[in-house]
Design a protein around this ligand. Structure first.
Ligand code: UDP
Length: 246
């Protein structure tokens, strides 16, 4: 049976809590199914409006998860509310714990060589039950070759930390090479695992102000934050239009 979804700017988000999503994923892992997950925030949705290949890549995912308070707010404005935000960050850690417990294998693709190595070392020390299928930095030119190499390790999980839109495009274009495994883009998570960047303190996250924390820490992101504001603006305007039209 299909999950309930809400379309936000033609991107169909799954209306699942983290707990429900994990249940789905564990079942699919047990059945050796392949699963492509996109954790999308307002910036990602905005990018799909201007990049057709990216839009198709995101739409080809098995699950599209609301990683951003803006998506949850938008779903409410659109009258089809999502219950909770499910962050890619938290999801990845849940999956690492699961892999640890069941001795599953993980491939870590992305970030600079130094960050990648440090992130994988951190995972090995925190999750000794995980089998490291392999690791590769995210600065490669031959997508095909890297994809074939990753697929040949037959990983149970592929965490692609290439930033968007690269990570989703890479997964979408090469997912057919994988018979099984959870394939997921995780953005800057390796930088956090490597201790390079810190995540916002809990209170900022609780108050839905993680974006503001990142802006303070990494001011070069201001253009991206503007996109998130444009997203909200468009959602609100769209609602007004519907009202006028009905
Ligand atoms: N990155 C990469 N290859 C690239 C571009 C970026 O591996 O060609 C990595 C980069 O080193 C960083 C991550 O992708 O670790 C992007 O982090 P960011 O916080 O910008 O993630 P986003 O918010 O774009 O998902």
């Amino acid at each position: 049976m299909d999950n309930e979804k809400v379309e936000v700017m033609q991107i169909p988000f799954d209306k699942l809590t983290q707990k429900e999503l994990l249940k789905h994923l564990y079942k699919r892992i047990e059945k050796n199914q392949r699963t492509f997950i996109v954790t999308a925030n307002p910036e990602i949705v905005m990018q799909t409006r201007i990049d057709h290949i990216y839009k198709e890549s995101v739409q080809s995912a098995d699950y599209i998860i609301p990683d951003g308070a803006g998506i949850v707010v938008a779903s409410k404005i659109l009258g089809n509310p999502i219950e909770e935000r499910v962050t890619g960050f938290d999801l990845m850690f849940r999956l690492l714990s699961y892999a640890d417990k069941h001795n599953l294998s993980c491939y870590f693709l992305g970030a600079t060589e130094e960050v990648n190595e440090r992130a994988v070392n951190h995972v090995m020390s925190q999750y000794p039950g995980i089998v490291i299928a392999g690791r590769h930095n995210g600065y490669f030119t031959n997508d095909e070759e890297v994809a074939e190499h990753v697929a040949a390790t037959k990983p149970d999980f592929v965490f692609a930390a290439l930033g968007f839109p690269k990570q989703e495009k890479w997964i979408a274009a090469h997912q057919h090479l994988f018979e099984k495994g959870v394939l997921m883009g995780v953005g800057g998570v390796f930088d956090i695992l490597a201790g390079q960047v810190s995540r916002a303190p809990r209170i900022w996250i609780k108050l839905n102000l993680e974006w503001a924390y990142r802006l303070v820490k990494q001011p070069f992101r201001w253009k991206r934050i503007l996109k998130a504001f444009e997203f909200m603006f468009r959602i609100v305007l769209g609602r007004n239009k519907n009202k006028a039209g009905s």
